[in-house]
Design a protein around this ligand. Structure first.
Ligand code: NAD
Length: 428
């Protein structure tokens, strides 16, 4: 396929990556957002999200004229061949996906989108959304295609350009095949199917990952109670090719902008067709319990009660490599620490500014000053390279709670501190 005229609506993690990468693949791309400030900054080549390679792709697209940024989708779509919807679909009332942003865009473009142009959902949308968009559009000459996105924050560009698979679904198969063709230059298998199946692939995959994490967190808890070591257990499990090593590391609970809302949304979708997806509900409950267990572990490390203690937190982002704080388990844990009366000081290499219930500092050693315990909540590699002897000198207490099993326990012990990981024997 040659170059296509593409409009991408929403310039967040997914939309900006999609727009910049499609322009990089030779397509002519217009990116649209409602946020005027963001559009102005992007038009000047300024990218505010932390994604390796993204700023370079944006500035290349701007300078070779394949990428532009505008406010308002009504006019932007007028000569498009494809419109990608990359707007938020947050958790709404009762846990179901809130589709108001998708509906607002459809309302805006329904009169101007040209005949034959594919309207494509890249946002994560529940099964039935393609049909709903068709109804809202009221246009039989505009195919609706589901094309879920699987990129991960922190590696968005490389994931987009090297995907494990492309999934495209529509009840208009020629349109689905045409959309799959937009990615022809990427060496990835494509699954071309109906709209409902494509929509479900995304939820089924994300919820499976969430369940895997809940499972490994529960196994880590079992390890602690049974005197086993989760590192050896997951090492032994990971050799099994049916299981694999990915998503097999315990942590403070899964979070981020996708897994929490997508798990709740699938439970709701199941309920809407009379199916009690109790397996998935249990994974959500296990994730809540994990945060409670982490807070109890920190309390235990400082003598049983958090009130009046000073806790130094390393890491706030929901995972290393991103500055995204949405639904970060680190924020839930710090909020719970503060609610129990602890004074929290936090450092994250990618996060500045202010957050409720804590003081944010710009140097990891500052969190150690007078701290009764240090708690690692995000797996930034730089934390494992800290000078722990210096940290020990700055601290008031001696506990290091490593909820990512990131640090070298021996380095902590050598500094005279006590190391508590997850699912591993305590070292002191
Ligand atoms: P985001 O919040 O980073 O970006 C959304 C953008 O859409 C914002 O810039 C916002 O201003 C804009 N927007 C909102 N309403 C708009 C409207 N009516 N018209 C034009 N622009 C509008 O969101 P995101 O993380 O990129 O996620 C977008 C979708 O992609 C969600 O459905 C999400 O579940 C899905 N998704 C996200 C990821 C991820 O890692 N973030 C991965 C795969 C899929």
């Amino acid at each position: 396929m040659g170059s296509a005229r593409i409009v991408v609506i929403g310039t967040g993690y997914v939309g900006l990556t999609t727009g910049a990468c499609l322009a990089g693949l030779g397509h002519q791309v217009t990116c649209v957002d409602v946020d005027r400030v963001k559009v102005a900054r992007l038009a000047a080549g300024q990218v505010d999200i932390l994604e390796p390679g993204l700023e370079e792709l944006v500035s290349r697209g701007l300078s070779n004229g394949r990428l532009r940024f505008v406010v308002g989708s009504r006019e932007a779509v007028a000569d498009a061949q494809a419109v990608f919807l990359c707007v938020p679909t947050p958790m709404g009332a009762g846990g179901a996906a809130d589709l108001r942003a998708v509906e607002a865009v459809i309302d805006e473009i329904s009169g101007t989108v040209p005949a034959g142009c594919s309207v494509i959902t890249k946002s994560t949308v529940p099964v039935g959304t393609a049909q709903r968009i068709r109804d809202l559009l009221g246009r039989r000459d505009v195919p609706v295609v589901a094309n879920p996105e699987f990129l991960r924050e922190g590696t968005a560009v490389s994931d987009f350009l090297n995907p494990d698979r492309i999934v495209v679904g529509s009840d208009d198969q020629p349109a689905a095949a045409w959309v799959a063709g937009l990615y022809a230059d990427l060496a990835a298998p494509s699954v071309v199917t109906d709209a409902a199946s494509a929509e479900l692939v995304k939820y089924a995959a994300n919820c499976f990952l969430a369940m895997k994490l809940s499972y490994v967190n529960a196994v880590a808890e079992l390890c602690e109670r049974l005197g086993a070591d989760i590192e050896s257990v997951t090492d032994g499990m990971g050799y099994d090719r049916r299981i694999g090593r990915a998503f097999l590391k315990p942590g403070p609970g899964w979070g981020g902008s996708c897994l929490p809302k997508d798990t709740h949304a699938l439970v709701q979708v199941a309920e809407s067709v009379g199916f009690d997806f109790s397996l998935l509900s249990a994974a959500i409950q296990e994730n809540i319990a994990q945060r409670d267990r982490i807070v109890a572990k920190i309390a235990g490390a400082v003598g049983g009660t958090l009130a009046g203690t000073r806790i130094g937190v390393l890491g706030l982002a929901f995972k290393a490599g991103t500055n995204d704080l949405r639904d970060s388990p680190a924020l839930s844990v710090t909020a719970m620490l503060a609610a129990h009366g602890a004074e929290v000081t936090a450092y994250d290499p990618a996060v500045g500014g202010e957050q409720p219930g804590m003081r944010i500092v710009d140097d990891p050693y500052q969190v150690a000053k007078g701290a009764d315990a240090i708690v690692v909540l995000t797996e930034w590699a730089e934390f494992s390279r800290l000078d722990w002897t210096y940290v020990a000198d700055l601290m008031h207490g001696d506990a290091v709670v490593d909820t990512r099993n990131l640090l070298d326990p021996q380095a902590i012990l050598n500094a005279g501190l006590c190391w508590l990981g997850l699912g591993r024997p305590r070292r002191h």
